[in-house]
Ligand binder design. Structure first.
Ligand code: GLA
Length: 687
């Protein structure tokens, strides 16, 4: 007898069914409420020729015996051609669990689903248990397969990049074959975000998204078959060799998340944003403090006097938290030494670090520190004491990147060291902000004295990272944690639930940053997006922009300042103070509101609209050439706002408009050479 289960979220439903043979679970429908009422859009007609039914069906999670031609989600050795049978299912509240077992190997798989009632994201993961007597090895261990109907070809949108150029959106059309993104570096990576949006090539509305909550090596693969189905597989990738599953052991895969929106990639972004707001829990509504970060002002040249001079100006401007970046600890004169020795440098803080922190606090500022706790420089006391703590393959040279090694966090003594070091800093000083950096991936996949295929270095490192972050949050709930990895190399759904903000890129130059933030916002929410106003000139597009432009840009998420504000003129400081005050008035709308992107960084019409409980804030930029503006007749740029009430009247920048006008004709902005950005509040009026 065929059985079906439907999970219903805020506007989405997801229905899976068990065919009569009971050999797999398949997707019956995934879309808006009601989509399950009708013949499955994923069902096929005709007979599979020269392949098996599992290669054609919308199989939810396929062991290799079930999809021998099209590719499985799970490959196990020494067992081959796993074919499993249905055991049991339990649906409770927003969750579903379906159990299968493979008689030959003793492998049991529990397929887990969760679609919260207020969300449009279905979370999927698998629990694999070796209930047999012999050890098993997991060669492929996907978290989930997602099926999307793409009769005219699949349009894929993804985010790629490199250092200083993260979150660059790209699209490709997949007619047949395979598209793959991922990381083999033991970290999420600069190269690709674990994010993929898929829609039919001709149908711009319905769009499906897949993202992975994993901070180690990963893979997302999309394959379109001859019958027009695109199947997306997401999961960890066992770069270092198969993962061992001993008799009695259980391994749980990371969550692969699936999102649906009827409103294209932009609508999908709103679904992901809402999901990430949910991941933040009650930390979401905490005030996101305006920070100052000293990195671009002083680099490694940290001195108490220099930092205090910066802090004084920061306080005057309205900054709330002062963060000392790299260079504060012993031996850290440059990037060749010091990592691992997390003691404030007495030469740089001659009156003591306590006194320094106290002076910052007396200015009315909270205090924060940069750390990179998973790292060690060969020139450090830590390395001298524990050279065996770094990843290394016996007898092989070790690679330094930025003159540093990566600590093997999967070793219990290393985890204990990192946890107690950070816990000690947070207990020892009056710290409310921690910027946790990670500037190099793993290159040598080995542990001294341990055979290469054992243990699971990736899983052990990531699990320890999560444990430490969770412990720090539990024990120091008032501390804001910023996740950074040479810019945005560690931004994923797993980090989104364990840190408060992320640093999307080291590139803070105005036009470059505008592009990065535009890409970032397709996958991630503004409450997580740390952004600074700096004087950086840019790597890719060096055209200068006004201070207003840079403030509006950094106000698109969590505002920070990173310029050498000691050098700012009195007029610049006054203007900065005005922008900081304005940000404080609207930051709840920006960090908790619904986002609509209007235009983009390649248009003179480039804005982001934030809407929260009827409050609307529009941030707008002119990224185009500024010369000549105003010298010939031109009409203002019109920003077509979204999701307003057509009949309500709104006030914006001194004029009145109907909602209908703002949505169809648009909000006018008149760019001039010295007015290249604006922050506009659109408020409902009673008239
Ligand atoms: C990385 C970070 C920067 C800064 C430096 C400090 O590059 O991404 O923001 O903290 O390290 O060394």
């Amino acid at each position: 007898m065929s059985r079906e289960w439907t999970l219903r979220g805020a506007t989405t439903e997801y229905t899976v069914g068990l065919p009569e043979h009971g050999g797999w679970l398949e997707l019956r429908a995934w879309g808006p409420h009601g989509v399950s009422d009708g013949p499955s859009p994923l069902g096929y007609v005709g007979r599979p020729q020269y392949m098996t039914p599992g290669d054609v069906a919308a199989v939810e999670y396929a062991p290799d015996g079930v999809r021998p031609f099209a590719g499985p989600d799970l490959v196990v050795r020494p067992a081959r051609a796993l074919s499993w049978s249905f055991e049991d299912a339990a649906q409770e509240g927003d969750s579903l669990r379906v159990d299968f077992a493979d008689a030959g190997s003793g492998l049991r798989a529990a397929l887990h689903y969760r679609l919260a009632a207020d969300s449009d994201v279905v979370e999927r993961w698998v629990e694999l248990t070796n209930a047999g007597d012999s050890p098993l090895q997991l060669v492929e261990l996907g978290s989930a397969g997602f099926s999307v109907p793409t009769p005219h070809g699949a349009r894929l949108t993804y985010l790629s990049g490199q250092w200083a150029q993260e979150f660059t959106p790209a699209t490709t059309e997949l007619r047949r074959g395979r598209f793959e993104i991922g990381s083999t570096l033991g970290v999420t990576g600069h190269q690709f975000s674990p994010y993929l949006a898929v829609r039919d090539a001709r149908d711009t509305g319905p769009t499906w998204g897949v993202a992975l909550a994993w901070t180690g090596s990963w893979r997302i693969v999309a394959e379109r078959d001859a019958a027009g189905l695109t199947r997306i597989r997401a999961g960890r990738v066992a770069v270092e060799g198969p993962l061992a599953l001993a008799p009695g052991a259980t391994l749980v895969t990371p969550v692969a998340a699936g999102a649906y929106s009827a409103e294209g990639v932009d609508g999908l972004a709103r679904v992901w944003h809402a999901y990430e707001r949910g991941l933040a829990g009650d930390r979401l509504t905490r005030t996101r403090k305006v920070i100052y970060n000293s990195w671009e002002a002083t680099y490694f040249d940290v001195t108490a006097a220099g930092q205090l001079a910066l802090a004084e100006v920061a306080a005057e401007i309205g900054v709330e938290t002062f963060v000392v970046d790299d260079g504060w600890f012993v031996g850290r004169g440059d990037d060749t030494a010091g990592l691992g020795d997390w003691t404030p440098d007495p030469a740089k803080f001659p009156d003591g670090f306590d006194t320094f922190v106290d002076r910052v606090r007396k200015l009315g500022l909270e205090f924060g520190l940069w750390v990179e706790p998973e790292m060690v420089n060969p020139r450090s006391a830590l390395y001298e004491a524990h050279p065996d703590w770094v990843y290394q393959v016996d007898g092989r040279p070790r690679t330094t990147i930025r003159n540093q090694y990566l600590l093997d966090l999967g070793r219990p003594e290393v985890e204990e060291f990192v946890h107690s070091t950070l816990d000690g800093l947070l207990r020892g000083y009056d710290i409310t902000y921690l910027k946790w950096d990670f500037n190099r991936p793993r290159t040598e996949p080995g542990r001294m004295g341990v055979p290469l295929e054992d243990p699971d270095l990736d899983g052990a490192h990531v699990a320890a990272l999560y444990r430490i972050l969770e412990a720090l949050r539990r024990d120091h709930p008032h501390v804001t944690v910023e996740g950074c990895a040479a810019g945005g190399a560690r931004v994923d759904l797993a980090m989104a639930s364990r840190v408060d903000v992320v640093w999307p890129s080291d590139n803070t130059a105005p036009i470059d940053r505008l592009r990065i933030q535009d890409g970032y916002l397709r996958a991630h929410a503004p409450h997580l997006m740390s952004s600074w106003v700096t004087d950086a000139t840019g790597l890719f597009d060096t055209r200068p922009r006004s201070l207003a432009f840079r403030f509006v840009l950094a106000s698109a998420g969590v505002l920070g300042i990173g310029a050498d504000i000691r050098r700012w003129s009195a007029a610049e400081r006054t203007e900065a103070a005005r922008w900081v005050a304005r940000y404080k008035q609207v930051r709840d709308v920006v960090t908790q509101g619904e986002v609509h992107r209007i235009g983009g960084p390649d248009e003179e019409r480039c804005a982001v609209q934030y809407t929260l409980d009827g409050r609307v804030v529009v941030l707008a930029w002119n990224p185009g050439p500024l010369d000549g503006l105003g010298t010939v007749p031109a009409r203002p740029v019109r920003l077509k706002l979204r999701a307003l009430d057509p009949a309500t009247r709104y006030a914006a920048a001194g004029a009145l408009y109907s909602g209908a006008h703002l949505m169809s004709a648009g909000l006018p902005v008149h760019w001039t050479a010295d007015h290249d950005a604006d922050l506009i509040e659109v408020t409902q009026t009673s008239s």
